[in-house]
Design a binder for this molecule. Structure first.
Ligand SMILES: *Cc1c(COP(=O)(O)O)cnc(C)c1O
Length: 429
């Protein structure tokens, strides 16, 4: 059997494998277009009969090398980069659902995803049912309809830090002949590989830990190749019946385990064009080369900060899945025994108003929208990312109005804690 590289080696070595005389480092193919010798060669590409590049809106070698690295990290069969995490989520759903269809999603998901689902995709005629992630298997069963096409959740939700019971959602999805799509942005494949627990498709905002330095917005979709589209042929006509825009090609027959990503590339990239720029893909690759070093350090620092917060009397509550007091501790031990993520959610005694004053007094930790990069940062979701939600909707999304989202970086943990300490001192009443 061929030797399987471990994640550390994949981070450094996978994706770009130079041949004789080629650059050692992944080159940026800064070209919109690619040259062929005959008109016939080019025509075969347009018919998806040959593999090859012709226009960067659909595919680019730099992007594909980086997608391949993420694919290997997740243990998938094929992958594609997108211009953002939002584009990845949109494509992942829209590739298998259209007007008149229905999707079940965990309610505790990223604010941008819930907007996409309940506002924009609703306008396109796709209906979403948001369920409490702690729903019983029996009640989850009841949410399925004949037109349900997928189930969606986040491994560790941003910002409520709910750890998803992947197996529960996967079992329900498979029982009803639909795939489970998991947004694995916060855990990253370093800490959790959702395919091992039954997820079929994984999405990422590569903007976060993968890039790791807050340099470039990007996304990725990885397909496990495990979902048998032909076994539930009538549910997914886009994959199992002829595509007229490619002379009657049937994706699931022509491309097997790569059908889902082939379709998303050939149809959605062609028509919607949310491609990642090769420049950004290059930067993402630099980030990925140290993902295996950074993620454990984020977790180690976050553990120290969470323990400090939990012991502090000014703090009303802390949610960090690495704390024994967390309702998700046991589940995290099962799905991500080596660590969860660097993000902590907590609230201060004194509520929303005091929490905001505390944040204004932080010096090292900056107030930024971004999360999950090398620098410690902080955000108040109720005032910022989830501003459009009512208090009731906030609670439903698992975001308490006083929740502070604290994204622990890879500085020295003592310095991060000292910064929190001085900001807490300055709001002491
Ligand atoms: C940020 C984020 C997204 C959206 O990604 P963008 O790259 O900002 O478009 C999706 N899911 C999660 C969990 C995120 O944190």
């Amino acid at each position: 059997m061929e030797h399987q590289y471990k994640p550390e080696t994949i981070c450094i070595q996978s994706g770009w494998t130079p041949k004789k005389g080629e650059p050692r480092v992944l080159p940026i193919y800064q070209s919109t277009t690619f040259k062929y010798d005959t008109s016939e060669q080019m025509a075969r590409l347009f018919d998806l009969e040959d593999d090859g590049y012709f226009y960067t809106r659909l595919q680019n070698p730099t992007n594909d090398a980086v997608a391949q690295k993420i694919c290997e990290l997740e243990g998938g069969s094929s992958a594609m980069l997108t211009s953002s995490g939002q584009a990845a989520t949109f494509y992942a759903i829209f590739n298998i659902a259209s007007a008149g269809d229905h999707i079940i999603s965990s309610a505790t998901i990223y604010g941008g995803s819930s907007n996409l689902f309940t506002v924009t995709l609703k306008k396109l005629g796709i209906d979403f049912t948001l369920v409490d992630p702690e729903i019983s298997p029996e009640d989850l069963e009841k949410e399925f309809k004949p037109n349900t096409k997928a189930v969606f959740g986040e491994t560790i939700s941003n910002p409520s830090l709910v750890v998803l019971d992947i197996e529960k959602f996967a079992e329900a999805a498979h029982k009803h002949g639909v795939p489970l799509i998991v947004d694995n942005t916060f855990a990253t494949p370093i800490n959790c590989r959702p395919f091992e627990f039954g997820a079929d498709i994984v999405t990422h905002s590569t903007t976060k830990y993968m890039d790791g330095h807050a340099m470039s917005v990007g996304g990725c979709i990885v397909d496990s190749g495990n979902f048998d589209w032909m076994a539930v042929k009538e549910k997914f006509p886009g994959l199992t019946t002829p595509d007229d825009s490619y002379h009657g090609l049937v994706y699931a027959e022509a491309f097997g385990k790569k059908a889902y990503i082939m379709k998303a590339t050939a149809q959605l990239m062609r028509d919607l064009g949310a491609i990642q720029s090769p420049q950004n893909a290059f930067l993402l690759n630099v980030g990925l080369e140290t993902l295996h070093l950074r993620v454990p350090r984020h977790c180690e620092n976050a553990q120290k900060v969470a323990e400090y917060l939990e012991a502090n009397e000014q703090v009303a509550w802390v949610n960090y899945p690495g704390l024994k007091s967390s309702p998700y501790y046991e589940r995290a031990q099962k799905y991500m025994p080596n660590g969860t993520c660097g993000v902590i959610a907590f609230g201060l005694k004194g509520g929303r108003e005091l929490s905001i004053r505390f944040m204004d007094n932080l010096k090292l930790a900056c107030i930024v929208t971004h999360v999950a990069d090398a620098r410690t940062s902080v955000l108040h979701p109720a005032s910022h990312t989830h501003r459009q939600l009512s208090d009731e909707q906030l609670i439903e999304a698992g975001v308490k109005p006083d929740l502070i989202r604290f994204s622990v970086g890879i500085e020295n943990a003592d310095d991060i804690i000292a910064d929190i300490e001085q900001a807490l001192d300055s709001v002491k009443e």
